[in-house]
Design a protein around this ligand. Structure first.
Ligand code: DAH
Length: 341
């Protein structure tokens, strides 16, 4: 009797092992588990017959049955792990989870502002051009009527590369380069990076973007400057935007002005963003100084013109309410991904 049962256990061990190892999907494995070690499985049928055995045989067959059960369970476990492993790292996959969005780059906020401003001026008849970032002292200062003892030319304010060569401190030298190449009428908008020995703090960066504008023709007056800037401000900041010119000084313009627009946040009422003035400064501007025309080989008796220079980083900071200019240069994706593509 016991030898029959031991034989049967031997077959169960052998065939069960086979069935479990052949299972190539979770359902097949579950079927094998039910058939061989389940509560109504083949192994259990043997255990039911233990009652009819002598105590000695019962111990013998019982022990063997337990051994076979452990063997089969161990193989089941191993097979289960292997099957799940095929589905990905032993983790269950939850098909109801939302998919992962594809990572998309965005246009940098300063680049975006530069492009928008250039497009507006292109719509007003200006051509977008560029000039060198490594510039000569001649173009950066001398041709712009700026004497070399002017504070802007100081070693402390300017990166000198070699004798007579600097990293340009502004985009204004492109005015001189354009006038050298083209006869009037001239209308250009010039974006580009400029460099100054400024500390890198919340409101300064040693390298930053500028946008230069220049218009030269016969009969251009300050009215053209005001009308052009006012129209630009309405198109860029919104149709209700007001513009204000305050007297100022630049060596390359006469007269010169600082240009303010009504604060975008309080609409001129005065708030924290505009320091309670109701205005935000956006650029320097003026009528091109006759000395600049002379240095460029233009006849100052025949031609007049206006020029302006603005900082798109400042404008981007106002528009997007960015408090620290360094955020624009850190390349932190958590910051950049907040902008629309
Ligand atoms: N170049 C000046 C600067 O860097 C900005 C500027 C002011 C440019 C007046 C101009 C202008 O063309 O007319 O601060």
């Amino acid at each position: 009797m016991s030898s029959n049962l031991l034989e049967a256990l031997g077959r169960i061990e052998h065939e069960g092992k086979d069935a479990i190892e052949r299972a190539s999907a979770a359902e097949e494995l579950e079927k094998a588990r039910v058939e061989w070690v389940g509560r109504k499985g083949r192994l259990t049928t043997i255990l039911r017959e233990l009652g009819g055995l002598s105590p000695e045989d019962r111990r013998l067959v019982g022990a063997e049955a337990n051994r076979v059960k452990e063997v089969l369970n161990a193989i089941l476990e191993g097979r289960e792990a292997a099957l799940l492993g095929n589905q990905g790292g032993g983790e269950q996959i939850d098909l109801t989870l939302p998919g992962r969005a594809r990572w998309r780059g965005v246009v940098h906020p300063v680049t975006r502002v530069v492009d928008e401003i250039c497009e507006i001026f292109q719509g007003l008849g200006f051509a977008r051009v560029a000039g060198p970032e490594v510039e000569t002292v001649e173009y950066n200062f001398t041709r712009l009527n700026t004497p070399l003892d002017h504070p802007a030319a100081d070693m402390h304010d300017t990166f000198y590369l070699a004798d007579g060569v600097v990293l340009r401190t502004h985009t204004s030298p492109v005015q001189a380069r354009v006038m050298e190449q083209f006869k009037p009428p001239v209308r250009v908008i010039v974006p580009g990076t400029v460099y100054r020995r400024d500390p890198f703090d919340a409101s300064h960066a040693p390298a930053f973007e500028q946008l230069e504008g220049l218009a030269v023709d016969e009969g251009i007056t300050f009215v053209d400057l005001k009308a052009t800037i006012a129209e630009f401000a309405r198109r860029f900041f919104g149709p209700e935007t007001r513009t204000r010119f305050r007297p100022s000084f630049f060596p390359f313009t006469e007269p010169s002005a600082e240009v303010d627009v009504s604060c975008q946040i309080c609409n001129g009422a005065g708030c924290g963003a505009c320091k309670r003035t109701g205005w935000m400064e956006i650029m320097g501007a003026g009528m091109v100084d006759p000395a600049v025309f002379e240095a460029a080989g233009y006849d100052p008796e025949r031609y007049t013109g206006f020029a302006f220079g603005m900082g798109p980083a400042r404008i981007a900071m106002q528009r997007y309410r960015i408090r620290d200019i360094r955020m624009l240069y850190e390349n932190d994706v958590r910051f950049l991904e907040q902008f629309e593509p």
